[in-house]
Every structure is written in C-alpha cells, then in structure tokens.
Design a protein around this ligand. Structure first.
Ligand code: AMP
Length: 126
C-alpha cells in the first residue's frame, strides 16, 4: 500500500514554520497547537512531525519512538488540561478523521482533542 503525502498541506507548512500557530506543546516527534476554528472550549490538534496522512498510515509506517511520543503527547495534554476522568476531570473526546468518508480536510495525520463542555452525540447525520 502506497500512501501519497502532499508536502503543501497546511500542517506541513505549519511544521516548516511557514504559517504561525498557537503551540500548546512541542516534543521531538510532535507538535500540538490550538485549532483555528475551535468546536469546544478546548480544541487542540496533535500532529506528528513525520509525513503521515492518516492514523492507519502512521500505525503501519511510523517508528516505535514516533508512536510512543504521539500517544504520550496526547496523554500529557489531557493531563495538562485536567480533563482525565481517572483524576477527577470531566472528560474529553479524541477524533481523527481520515479520507473522504471521514471528511478529512487536512491530509496530514492529526488527532483532535476536544474538551471543556458536554460534546453531544458521537456523530451528526451525514
Ligand atoms: P479535519 O477535518 O480533521 O482534517 O480537520 C482539520 C482541522 O484543522 C479543522 O478543525 C480546522 O479548523 C483546522 N485548521 C485548519 N487550518 C488551521 C490552522 N492554520 N491552524 C490551526 N488549525 C487549523
């Protein structure tokens, strides 16, 4: 399976420093920044620095170090926001849209972290 990655996508440009972003956290392999059109009081995007299009692409081709960093970065941001249910937080939702049916707008893997209000049903009618 060959994944084709568009180096001109907006998150690639953010990672190259060509477009500003509201950074929350940067690690060796990831950048986390606030969504420009927030859908909840807390709406943060976590992106790997590598050239991955979707979560499945990342899962198949990323290194163990990249996968560990990405996963731990998401956990660390949830902890920093104080939203982990296991620690008295009010909870959150993770979303990663992929491809046409997933309505993915930006073809660089990202996980949305949404928190700060009751988020409603998982899916709206398409
Ligand atoms: P998706 O449909 O999962 O691909 O969502 C892409 C997300 O990227 C949307 O929630 C947009 O609001 C967000 N977005 C697009 N451009 C930017 C940007 N320059 N900075 C931050 N977020 C952005």
């Amino acid at each position: 399976m060959a994944y084709s990655y568009d180096d001109d996508n907006i998150f690639a440009r953010i990672l190259r420093g060509e477009i500003p972003n509201d950074t929350v956290l940067e690690t060796e392999h990831c950048l986390a920044f606030r969504d420009i059109a927030p859908q909840a009081p807390e709406h943060i995007l976590v992106v790997p620095k590598g050239r991955y299009v979707t979560y499945d692409h990342f899962a198949l081709e990323a290194s163990e170090a990249e996968i560990a960093d990405f996963t731990r970065t998401i956990g660390r941001i949830c902890a920093d926001l104080g939203v982990q249910p296991g620690d008295g937080g009010a909870g959150y939702r993770l979303i990663s849209n992929a491809g046409e049916n997933g309505l993915q707008e930006v073809p660089h893997l990202h996980v949305h972290i949404l928190a700060g209000r009751r988020l409603g049903p998982l899916l709206a009618k398409g």
